[in-house]
Design a protein around this ligand. Structure first.
Ligand SMILES: *Cc1c(COP(=O)(O)O)cnc(C)c1O
Length: 458
């Protein structure tokens, strides 16, 4: 035990120790993730086709299944230095509270104004847009974390940032909206009259409060119809997982410093970017046969794309303007029941994680909302950090495992990703505190319309 205590509460790295390259886990996969398909022709998207929507260098990253290490440009690394390296925290207080022999660590990504890991990819995507000489970028945001991160990155680089925000969030989360505007972004409630797809959806469903899939369609249309603009996306895509690998690389450097080998790595999974980034270097070792880890994705029981979804080609957006991706999905027609973890409500999952999951290299569990908030409160009270509801899914799973270890006496080392803070989610905490929060678990019947909406491809 005394030796144990030599591990500090927070393992910080110096700027020098920060990674200089991102790690591309696809390079070590024998069976690669399935390519994006052109919805018109059913053929893999070419770099040229993708270049109409995305920045050139990001297209190259998206399609690169072979280069293991991709240099992080100095400008991006300098921006990272404002809020990275992020600490790896030994959760001594949580261990004490749970009376578990397990050793728990978490990688905290909430230490920046946007409050989440999304800034790691936002700055990279904005940088490549700027380098290409573009005027600006468009995107969608649901709960607002991605839009906030992107607006910060664009402000830093002097790029125009146009955000389509799901209407219900625009109205219910005015603070997130105002943070984005403070960083100079223009924020439009979606569906809007600004795009033809928005006008069509409004005509068909007057009074609709919008959805992420619909906001994506609007943002893409805006980008392709304006000279000097491209679309950027905060999760799901291969390039986003690549940028987020900085999380896992730092985690590995910190653990290696103290000779710690994790048994289990846990992360919440919405589109899969934080989890994909956290596990990348560990998964690389696993793929190369150098080490083994129990890797766990945690998703809400209300939006269970890995645990109950199908592995199939699907539309990424409601308007069906985006390429098709092969992924674990509930179908683009799936409408998730209300859930306070807005960042985990997407119908599909990153093609990289989907493929790794399909190959049995990682597993997935689903957890219910009230149990997630119970874990969030316990964590906040002992560790001090007020976690985002999304992140709290990982906390729940880590606590469950630590309690299991208490039963068995196993001294497991658990690492989980704490993706962000929950200051903008106090309405959800209020519901929980008032005992008004409910669990929604879709029945097979509820999932059927989503599966029926899958295209007949692949
Ligand atoms: C967006 C978000 C997530 C989920 O997105 P992934 O792409 O699955 O990582 C998780 N936590 C926070 C705090 C988020 O903002």
């Amino acid at each position: 035990m005394s030796e144990e205590k030599k591990i500090p509460y927070k393992i910080y790295l110096s700027e020098e120790e920060m990674p200089r390259e991102w790690y591309n886990v696809r390079a070590d996969m024998t069976k690669k993730p399935a390519p994006l398909l052109n919805p018109g022709t059913g053929k893999p998207m070419t770099a040229e086709e993708l270049g109409a929507v995305f920045c050139k260098e990001l297209v190259d990253q998206e399609l690169d299944n072979d280069t293991a290490y991709i240099p992080i440009p100095d400008e991006i690394r300098d921006f990272y230095k404002m809020y990275r390296p992020s600490p790896l925290v030994r959760a001594y207080c949580l261990e004490e509270k749970l009376q578990t022999p397990a050793r728990i660590y978490y990688k905290f990504e909430g230490n920046n104004t946007s409050g989440s890991h999304k800034l790691n990819s936002a700055i990279a995507q904005a940088y490549y847009a700027k380098k290409q000489g573009l005027k600006g970028v468009t995107t969608e945001t649901g709960a607002g974390q991605w839009g906030t991160a992107l607006s910060m990155a664009c402000a830093y680089l002097g790029l125009d940032c146009r955000v389509y925000m799901v209407k219900v969030s625009y109205e219910q989360k005015p603070f997130r909206r105002e943070v984005m505007r403070t960083y100079g972004a223009s924020v439009t409630p979606s569906p809007s009259e600004l795009t033809s797809v928005g006008r069509k959806i409004l005509a068909e469903h007057p009074g609709t409060t919008g959805s992420l899939g619909c906001a994506i369609s609007e943002a893409v249309e805006d980008a392709v119809s304006h000279e000097g603009y491209r679309y950027v996306l905060g999760s799901v895509l291969n390039q986003v997982l690549l940028h987020q690998s900085v999380i896992g690389l730092e985690t590995k450097i910190a653990l290696d410093k103290y000779g710690i080998k994790p048994d289990m790595i846990i992360g919440c999974a919405g589109g899969g970017s934080n989890l994909g980034g956290l596990i990348s270097p560990f998964m690389g070792e696993k793929l190369r046969g150098e080490a083994d880890y129990d890797i766990v994705a945690v998703e809400p029981a209300s939006c269970p794309s890995l645990t109950r979804g199908r592995y199939a080609y699907d539309y990424c957006d409601t308007g069906k303007v985006c390429p098709l991706a092969k992924m674990y999905t509930l179908g683009s027609g799936f409408i998730p029941s209300p859930n306070h973890a807005g960042g985990l409500r997407y119908h599909g999952m990153s093609p990289v994680l989907s493929e790794l999951y399909d190959q049995g290299l990682m597993r997935a569990v689903s957890v219910e909302q009230t149990s997630v908030f119970e874990a969030a409160e316990l964590f906040a009270r002992v560790e001090g950090i007020l976690p985002a509801p999304e992140s709290s899914h990982a906390i729940r799973a880590a606590i469950d495992e630590a309690l299991r270890c208490k039963e068995t006496g196993e001294e497991k080392t658990i690492v989980f990703g704490l993706t962000g803070t929950g200051y903008f989610d106090m309405v959800a905490y209020e519901k929980y505190n008032n005992g008004e929060m409910q669990d929604y678990i879709p029945t097979d019947e509820d999932l059927k319309p989503g599966f029926d909406s899958l295209p007949a491809i692949g």
